[in-house]
Design a protein around this ligand. Structure first.
Ligand code: FAD
Length: 509
């Protein structure tokens, strides 16, 4: 039976390990930190735990499939609740707009906010984003690595007919301008480009499929998102994977042109027939796993990096603005904000601020009278490897961020705060500069430029948010499944093991 090593216990690595262990393969996961989750991390602030990474869970069907594929049900491991109120958006103390899971309610809210014509165009926008999603789900999202050439070759006329109305060559911003005449709505929906660390002014219009994904449902995990990582880790262990924490992989050994093992930070060497790297691919290109494998992915140019973030995880008392679970406080000038981030590569002087109020559900959770748990996030340039933030700069950034919240009517009295900067993210996710979403999705071809699960080095596979189909909890899980499926197909086809050797057969989904 081949020996498999998975580097990294984020959602991508855990999904890969679970998929392979369920099929009876000998899987070892090495994770440099002391816990599973990666970016889906839990922070402790003054004795209370809160999510310090992802907070918006979408595409639940992916997780349903991951757990079902391992012979169980997601609901047996974590409790998820869907939100009726997706998010509250504000531009000032008297400009607020809520979006709901129900399109009709959102259209009514948009009608009240910006007029009936805008509400009608919102419904047209929903139809367009649904069409983008439906066109791209199977050939793109679920494919291990789509190539434009193959997509076109497989169904040139049909594909062109379906793709053309999606405005594939337009930027998200331009396409949104055709639907929304109120610049605030253009900004609101343009923000979805930041879900994969990109600028709405440079990302392709097709990325607006994220609007449809969110419209299909946003879930809360009881006890925090980290419970999901813990559940995946427990299940992978129960299926036979071995998870080893506190061990960094420092080198991938190659013998006779194929992967032979991994050297750990302790000096220990683990032999392997296949290695799946779920760290950011920029770390491979930067030689963090040795020179021999560095060339298997193209180097990541600085200009190709996605966004980083500044986060404040805090216990605080809030007054004024009626926070819900997900809240967005928009800057006045989105173009200037993204010029700061991608053009000048500096913290925005007037940032858009996201707050996840983690004690707030619908209805508001009881026991929230004292300080509540907030994760506050602004986008930041990925300069964590070249620029150490001075105290003065951090101070200035806090004044801009919390000053904007004040102007929107939210008064926050902080009790305890843990700040995370791009440099902190660079330390956690090396060679990225703190970029959190792999390569940015700028330009209409960008989505085809993320590496797929296979590499040209035999036995070396990739998964995680920096690979196809991109960053995000469900998409990283999809990539993990693709990597596992590619490995199984390759090993069966090269006779390295037979189908009969695997419990549960072979799935290539
Ligand atoms: C602040 C923040 C907010 C986000 N918000 C959302 C959201 O709301 N919704 C959403 O869907 N997504 C969100 N994301 C993105 C999402 O969290 C990620 O895309 C996803 O979790 C990535 O999972 P992954 O397995 O690819 O990688 P990671 O989570 O990065 O896991 C990689 C793991 O590899 C380990 N590792 C790296 N190098 C080595 C080595 N040499 N040896 C051993 N181990 C190593 C790391 O420690 C890490 O645990 C957010 C991310 C952040 C940071």
């Amino acid at each position: 039976m081949p020996r498999i090593i998975v580097i990294g216990a984020g959602v991508g690595g855990l999904t890969t390990a679970l998929h392979l262990a369920t099929r009876g393969l000998a899987v070892v996961v090495v994770e440099k930190t002391g816990a599973p989750g990666g970016k889906m991390r839990e922070l402790e602030v003054d004795g209370r735990h809160l999510d310090g990474g992802p907070t918006v869970l979408t595409m639940k069907w992916v997780l349903d499939e991951v757990f079902a594929d391992a012979g169980t049900a997601l609901a047996e491991h974590v409790t998820l609740r869907s939100l009726d109120l997706l998010a509250r958006h504000a531009w000032s103390s008297n400009e607020r707009l809520d979006l709901f899971a129900d399109v009709g309610r959102s259209a009514d809210a948009i009608g009240d906010f910006a007029g009936p014509a805008e509400a009608r165009r919102y419904r047209e926008f929903c139809a367009w984003t649904r069409q983008i999603y439906q066109t791209l789900e199977t050939p793109f999202l679920r494919s291990p690595r789509p190539s434009l050439k193959e997509l076109v070759a497989a169904n040139a006329a049909g594909f062109a007919r379906e793709l053309w109305p999606l405005a594939p060559f337009s930027t998200a911003w331009r396409a949104l301008g055709r639907y929304f005449h109120d610049p605030r709505l253009q900004q609101l929906f343009g923000r979805y480009a930041t879900y994969c660390g990109s600028s709405p002014f440079l990302a392709p219009a097709t990325l607006m499929l994220i609007a449809h994904v969110e419209q299909c449902g946003v879930w809360i995990v009881d006890g925090g998102m980290h419970r999901l990582a813990a559940a995946l880790a427990r299940l992978a262990t129960a299926r036979g994977a071995r998870l080893r924490y506190g061990l960094g992989a420092t080198e991938i050994a190659v013998v006779d042109g194929r992967v032979a093992g991994v050297t750990l930070s302790t000096g220990e060497r683990l032999d392997a027939d296949a290695v799946i790297v779920t760290a950011d691919v920029a770390a491979i290109a930067a030689g963090r796993f040795g020179r021999t494998v560095a060339g298997v992915v193209p180097p990541m140019r600085y200009s190709q990096r996605s966004l980083s973030a500044m986060t404040w995880a805090m216990l605080a008392e809030c007054e004024g603005f009626p926070l819900v679970r997900h809240n967005v406080f928009f800057s006045r000038d989105y173009a200037a904000e993204f010029h700061d981030l991608f053009g000048r590569r500096q913290l925005p002087t007037a940032p858009t601020v996201y707050i996840c109020a983690q004690d707030r559900t619908e209805p508001m959770a009881p026991g929230c009278d004292g300080p509540e748990r907030l994760l506050c996030l602004i986008n930041a340039p990925p300069i964590g490897d070249t620029h150490a933030m001075a105290a003065r700069e951090l101070d200035q950034c806090e004044r801009c961020t919390f000053g904007h919240l004040e102007r929107c009517g939210l008064h926050i009295q902080r009790h305890a705060t843990t700040v995370t900067t791009p440099s902190d993210f660079e330390r956690m996710f090396p060679a990225t500069g703190g970029a959190l979403y792999g390569r940015s999705s700028h330009g209409w071809l960008a989505s085809f430029r993320r590496p797929g699960s296979r590499t040209r080095m035999q036995g070396l596979y990739l998964a995680g948010g920096s690979t196809h189909p991109g960053a995000g909890v469900p998409t990283a899980a999809l990539s993990g499944r693709s990597a596992a499926a590619s490995l199984l197909v390759d090993f069966v086809s090269t006779g390295r093991f037979g189908r009969a050797a695997m419990r549960g057969g072979m799935s290539t989904q």
